[in-house]
Design a protein around this ligand. Sequence first.
Ligand SMILES: CC(C)(COP(=O)(O)OP(=O)(O)OC[C@H]1O[C@@H](n2cnc3c(N)ncnc32)[C@H](O)[C@@H]1OP(=O)(O)O)[C@@H](O)C(=O)NCCC(=O)NCCS
Length: 221
Amino acid sequence: MTQPDQEAPIRSGPVVDVLLADGDVATVRMLQPDDRDALLDLHRRTDPDNLRLRFFTASPATARRYAEGLLDRADQVIVLVVVRHDILIGVAAAELVGPDTAEVAFLVDPAAHGLGIGTLLLEHLAAAARNRGIERFVAEMLAENGPMIKVFADAGFGYRRTLERGVISLELDTVASVRAVAAADAREARAEARSLAPLLRPAPSQSSVSAGTALASAAPC
Ligand SMILES: CC(C)(COP(=O)(O)OP(=O)(O)OC[C@H]1O[C@@H](n2cnc3c(N)ncnc32)[C@H](O)[C@@H]1OP(=O)(O)O)[C@@H](O)C(=O)NCCC(=O)NCCS
């Protein structure tokens, strides 16, 4: 079994191509110093509702300070980003709060919600954390944050949660359970089917291009 490497540089890690739920391809990798402008831009274009879900305040200044802090604290925080077509569209951070525990937080470009990016970030962050001996994630989220709660619940990792005054405190095992592996496999298969669908559909004849295109986009994948 691979031993955790707590001395591994926190910015080193694999660059992995991933399939999104719409069949498009993106890359998951560690945040790099060159990502500064793109990371600030992701926080800048996040709308007030999503800022509030993420930071418990809609203040753009808070979001900016947080993003700058991530870039400055590279030795203490594991930060993963998702990049699609050269645009940084997601970020996840795991910050040590105990010898084997990290606090995690996620932000996905509102224009790219529902494509599985939050889930992919959680899976890859858990793998990066396990490699560094982190066995547990903790997170706090507003009780109304359905999408985040769903990401944690559906990923298949063991978790416990408590609710107090509208805030959910969650504790999640980073170990990939059988359920987590099965959930990831099922998601990957669905995305792969979507990415192949345009190739597998019969090409429309020259005379019926517009009708064929309309049919193709309405057909189930
Ligand atoms: C929470 C968040 C990271 C989820 O990212 P995501 O990439 O949309 O997550 P996924 O695509 O993996 O979605 C998980 C589920 O939530 C659903 N979902 C995502 N965004 C949604 C939205 N805005 N409204 C309704 N459902 C949504 C997805 O459809 C998916 O459900 P499915 O499995 O049935 O398809 C993202 O919504 C976000 O950045 N929110 C603002 C910041 C935040 O709240 N951070 C969490 C605090 S730590």
